[in-house]
Structures are given as C-alpha cells and as structure tokens.
Design a protein around this ligand. Sequence first.
Ligand code: ATP
Length: 435
Amino acid sequence: MASQADKTMDKLVSLAKRRGFIYQSSEIYGGINSCYDYGPLGVEMKKNIKELWWKSMVYERDDIEGIDSSILMHPKIWEASGHVDGFSDPLVDCKICKTRFREDDIDINKPCPKCGNKDSFTEIRQFNLMFKTYMGPLQDTASIVYLRPETAQGIYVNFHNVREAARKKLPFGIAQIGKAFRNEITPGNFIFRTREFEQMEMQFFVRPDEDEKWFDYWKEERMKWYRRLGLSQNKLRFHEHIKDELAHYAKAAFDVEYEFPFGWQEIEGIHNRTDFDLSRHKEFSGKDLQYYDDQTKERFIPYIIETSIGCERTLLTCLIDAYTEEEDRVVLKLAPSIAPIKVGVFPLVKRDGMPEVAKKIAAELRGSYRVFYDEGGSIGRRYRRQDEAGTPFCITVDTETLEDQTVTVRYRDSMEQKRILIDNVKTFLAEELKF
Ligand code: ATP
C-alpha cells in the first residue's frame, strides 16, 4: 500500500506535469532515470529562485561579487580538492534482488529492505561520484576531465582574479550559480536528488581569527532568506554535523533542513572550510594564494565560509510547502516573488468589448511581469487553473469596468476580491510582488 508520503509526492508529481512545471526527461523514449526537464512554469520558477538568491547575495550587498566559471576545469583541481580520492559513497548490492544501496542509508546487518533476504549484501565498495569524460580526440588517461561535482572550486581558483579586478579586501565573498553533476548511487524522491542539478554557492573569504563570527553570521542570514521565500518556519531547522559527519575540509558544518513528506532532509549546507581549499590549490598549482593585509602587514591564507544550496531542491521545497488541498480546489500558495506567472488577466465574458480591454491591460503588464491572458471557459475554471499554477493575482474585466474603469483583483490564497482602477493595477502589483 502506498504510504501517505508517497501519495503526497504522487499528487505533486502529477500537478507538476499537468501544469508544465516538471517533466521526466526523454519521456517519449521511456525516460532516463533521475533526469528532468523544466516546462513553461518550471523554467520561470527556477529563474525566479535564482534571481532572488542573486539579488540577496550580490545586489543587496557590497561585499560579494559574482562569477561564472566553466564546468570543465583542469583535472588537477579535483586532485587538489580531494574529489579524486575522496568524493565517493560506500555502495552495497543485494545479491538476491540486485538492488543497490548507499551503505550509510541502510543497516547491512539487517535483512535487505527490498526483498527481505538475510546476509545477501556484497562487500562494501567505494564509488566515486564524479562523471568522467575525455577532452579532445584521444580517449586516454591524459585526456580525462570531469564534469564538476560542485561549483565551489571554480570560485577558489579565481580568488585572486576576482579580488584584484573588484579591488576587494577581506572579508568578501564570491557567488556563483551553475550546473553540477554527481553520479549519485541512489537518486530519487523526484527532483530531490538528481545526477545533474544547479547549485547556488557563495564562498566568503575571511581572516582565520574571524571564521567563527562569520560562520554564525551566515547561518542567520541563510535562515532569513528562507523566511523571505515564505517557507513554513516550523518545517525548517538546523542540523549540526557532529565530528564523524564532518567532511574532510570542514571545521564546522550546519545543514538547513526541511521537513519533506519523506522526512527531514538537507536543503543547504553551511560550512567552515578553513584554509583547506586555498592551501591545497596553492600546493598543487604552485601559485601563492595568500592574502596580504595591508593594515596589519600580515600574509595568510584566508578561511572560507561556504553556503551551498541546490536550485531544484529549493524549487521542490517551495512546491511542497505551497501545495494545499482545499474543499473544492488545489492551490499552490507560493510566495508571489517565486510564482511563475504573476498575474492572470481575464475578460468575464468573450463579448461587449471586454476582451479588448483585458488584452490591453495584459499587454501593458507584459515586459514587467509574466502575464497569462485567458478568455476560454467559465471564470471559475480559469481561477482554478491559476490556483494550481500558483498565480498570486487574477484581474477580471467585467461590465462595471466598461462603466467606471475599475477591475476585480482576486487574491489567490484568500480568494478575496476587490475593485481597483485600471490605472492603479501597476502600482498595486509592484507593491504586492516586492521580495
Ligand atoms: P546529500 O548528503 O544530500 O547528498 P551533500 O551533503 O553531498 O548532499 P552538498 O555537497 O553540501 O550536498 O551540496 C550542497 C547542496 O547542493 C545540497 O544541500 C543540495 O541542495 C544540493 N545538492 C547536492 N547534491 C544534489 C543532488 N544530487 N541533486 C540535487 N541537489 C543536490
């Protein structure tokens, strides 16, 4: 029997497909495991999430610069970072049902969770999660390159480039949004864990003696961001990594966790990476990556506080948090700032000059917002469709409009309606859609 968590996820997956958020990749060929395509609404929502992250990290501050580094990088970078030797998950297979597990996800002393057989597991093997490919025509070891498993390294190797060009002094950060690839052993839970995903990472370079202060600062800041995104506060928490959980580079780490239908899971990692990364790149590249503090006349390798979040995982979190079933409708109560369509514009009926007025309003709003014009079917059906798409406002042109130049504005969540002047629609939306 399907569990409640499965049922909730099934409903969300089906809505995501029906409304054009997310499709299985290569669907007409039977699909490809754990790869997804983002439809008209999905692509808008992803773009909105990335823009808001960029706004809060780069535009609203004067101590963070942006970068866009390449996916393919010098293979030595992944030796220096520790990924070639250490970026692996322990893997076991059940010899009977052939299911593959991450060893740290199950208790190998118990029967196989899939088929129930005892003592059926293979030896534990380490499986490197990096995707390998070859650069150039020759497929030999000298031409091996990796698809980056995180965007962070592209930031570290550009530390001095950015610092010099932007004339930055510590503390300062570098932000990047980009694709990352991991050959995950057990992808799943829809888009929660996939093999190709986008990361939004910010690396903040600080004096070694100020690392703890900045680590606490970024923990706070990141929680504030989730509040701005409108996520339910009672479903968010920090999880502190105890000594055994800490990655090889980390002095301290906290995950931001969200309570998904399938349990509490990480949505973001905040790490104190110490001087590990720059020291290793200094060692492997032979370049001096120290920072010179002209006030104190000291030379040192900065410490790094990292905030690392997945774009698709954030999107899934927002969809799940927003999904609401009410008596006679399903509604996505998304924060207006991330909603794919900001406003639906409808004529009440398809006559008496109403479509012309409504089209004019829609045309005026386009350019500022993603607008959806719809004149087909009953007004109730049109509202319901926008509720499922998460559109925060609908504007309807009716008989009164023709008399007094006012329209109805309907709020998605409360379904309340009020009348405003056509001339005030733009200011109304600007106010309501502020992040
Ligand atoms: P996990 O333990 O879930 O595999 P991780 O600790 O390896 O994650 P990090 O390396 O800290 O993850 O990555 C930072 C963020 O990138 C994660 O919090 C998550 O939002 C996102 N992320 C990591 N791996 C994936 C993936 N396979 N699919 C989607 N998002 C991912």
